[in-house]
Design a protein around this ligand. Structure first.
Ligand SMILES: [Zn+2]
Length: 92
């Protein structure tokens, strides 16, 4: 049997959503690693996790964000998190 691990698929979904928002360029987002991770943490804490057990080889699955049912919720959570982090970045 291949080794299996526990993965929160919501994490990839939120990462995708953040990348999409940054790519759109509609709002100002600091794209440094610190702010990205702060946004991810805030957004993920406000969303329900989606844990799945997967084989290690399949762990890096690309999430099809557009077909993801809760996409609107996720996008909203990410926008909210960006608002918080932009208003109070934890660096100069
Ligand atoms: Zn930053």
């Amino acid at each position: 049997m291949d080794e299996v691990i526990l993965v929160n698929r919501m994490e990839s979904v939120v990462r995708e959503a953040l990348e999409e928002i940054i790519a759109k360029g509609e709002i100002e987002v600091c794209t440094c690693e610190r702010c990205r991770l702060d946004v991810l943490a805030l957004a993920l804490n406000s969303l329900s996790p989606k844990y799945v057990v997967t084989e290690i080889g399949n762990a890096v699955t690309n999430v099809d964000l557009d077909s993801f049912q809760g996409k609107a919720n996720v996008t909203m959570a990410v926008y909210k998190a960006i608002g918080v982090v932009s208003g109070r970045p934890r660096h100069q």
